[in-house]
Unconditional design. Sequence first.
Length: 152
Amino acid sequence: MTTCIVDGPKDLLDLVGTKLGPSEPLVIEQDRIDQFADATGDHQWIHVDPERAKDGPFGTTIAHGYLTLSLANWFLPQLLQVNNVSMGVNYGAETIRFPSTVPVNSTIRATGEIVSAEEAKGGIKVVVRIAITVEGADRPACLVDTISIFYP
């Protein structure tokens, strides 16, 4: 794992274009998928019914796209660490895409790139493009531009 570590929010201004990662691997097990289904109420069979999913389009259960997206927040601190902050705030996300699925028991990891950094609201607003990939897959499972504000 390679984490980009900066001394403070203003250092982000000079890092636009910097590649980040990769993160540590994470295995997506059925229990995590089931817990996400319970938390969101999305119990569609392609996610939670392993027997039925065997005959479905993916041959197994798959993680929810929004579960995969939510893991961007798990991976971001592994990709970028900003020291000397009073707080960091998740400000939102821009473009989000799910080009491929995450089959149960897949190993995923993330890479990133600092797309932009600018002064905003008393801190530094940074956009990090995160690609969450499944080991052995041709296309990423999730692409998202996360927006964070780090306050000194």
